[in-house]
Every structure is written in structure tokens, then in C-alpha cells.
Write a protein that binds this ligand. Sequence first.
Ligand SMILES: N[C@@H](CCC(=O)N[C@@H](CS)C(=O)NCC(=O)O)C(=O)O
Length: 239
Amino acid sequence: MQGSKRPSSPVKGKLRLYSNRFCPYSQRVILVLDAKKISYDVVNINLYSKPDWYYDKSPFGKVPALEAENGDVIYESLVICDYLDEKYKAHHLHSQDPLQKAKDRLLIEQFNRVVNAMYKILSSIGRVNLDDDEAVANGLITFERELMNRGTPFFGGNKPGMLDLMIWPWCERAEILKLFGNANLLKKDKYRRLLEWSRRMAEEPSVKRSMMDSNTHIKYLQSYRAGRPDYDMILNSTD
Ligand SMILES: N[C@@H](CCC(=O)N[C@@H](CS)C(=O)NCC(=O)O)C(=O)O
């Protein structure tokens, strides 16, 4: 938090992730690091009261940011995840077919509509905007169809690939939409494949590592909406 001491440099050759426990963009990077079994350490940033030194690491003061082995820092979740996939070749997450990779990138871009609408629903107190509900519903249908067309357990085939991991943090939080948005939003029959996919994702050991249950997400969201985000909430239970 503000006024906190700059952390000492990471152990030589080890990656460092500047993160926040409840940030879905940071979770994207953690999912990639864990899927690729890359060793890293984490410095959690209090986004409500950012330490001044953090702006030397990330010019906009946002998380995630990744300190590479040579001390250079990069930010923006998709840039970081692409870097990690290219730099650490074992267990490729992007398709090796350039056209498929491009198509997956387009779907990740397209998912931003779901992300933006979800953000509005979850952060707007006491008001359910039907346009936002519709944007989530329509956005998810695209992914339901995509799974049907691919006919594989994951978007990436038999294992989660980059597209699976990039959309997962918001899918993990989808259950809580029922509480804060329209209760009928995620009708089971409309998203059968996506719900099966979601169950499979939740069983993946590398996904389980960063997963939080809906109750924890709800509690955090309530603290965020009250203007006092409780970033330390899960320190005792999972750290
Ligand atoms: N486009 C960025 C978004 C990152 C982002 O919005 N992070 C939020 C936390 S989830 C943040 O750092 N917010 C603090 C701020 O905006 O000052 C990415 O993909 O990394």
C-alpha cells in the first residue's frame, strides 16, 4: 500500500509477477505460468492505495506486470501471456497453426464485450441494465457455438489452450452474475457445452491453483462496492 517499502529484487533468474488477488487480468497470467509450470514469485499490490514505487514498474499503475529474468518489466495481460508462451516453449498454449492462432486471438478480443458488460453489471449498485445482460448472453452464445463447432473438450483441444485460459477468470465469476444481474441470465439449456467446459476447467490442476469459490468472489465484490476492497480476505485461508 501507499508508503510501503519497495520489495527487494527477485532471486536472480526468477520471474516476478505484480498482481492482485482479485484481479481477473492478473489471474490470466497466473493461469499461464501455472499451466507452463514456470517458477515465479508474486508481489500483491493494494490497488486502492498504490505504493509510489509501483509506477516505476508499471507506468499506468495497473496490475498485472511481469518482471522478466533480466529485470525488464512488461505489462498488459495479453502481452505478458504471449511473451511467456513464446519464451517458455514447453507446453505451447497458442496453436502452432498461425491461422488458428489468429482466429483464437480474435475470439479473445471478442470476449472483451462480455468482460465489459460483466464489469458494468457487477460494479453498478442496485441497477440492472438489460443491454449489459444481453451483451453477456450474446457474447457467451458465440463461445457455446464455437465449442460445438470445434467438438473438443476445450477450445485448445484435449487440454486448455490460450483461449481457454484467457476467458476463464470471467467464467469463474459467472455464477455470481445471477446474484447481481438477471437471475435468468445463464440458462442451463442455452449454454450446455460451456457449462460442461466450465466443469472440466475447474478440474484442471493448474486452473485449481488460482481458483476461488463464488462465496469468496461475492464477499470481495461486496467489500469493493462498499468502497473498502478487502484484498487480504483470503490470506488466512489459501496463502
Ligand atoms: N488491459 C489491462 C487491464 C488491467 C487492469 O485493468 N487491472 C486492474 C485490476 S483488475 C487495475 O490494475 N486497476 C487499477 C487502476 O486502474 O488503477 C490488462 O489486460 O492487463
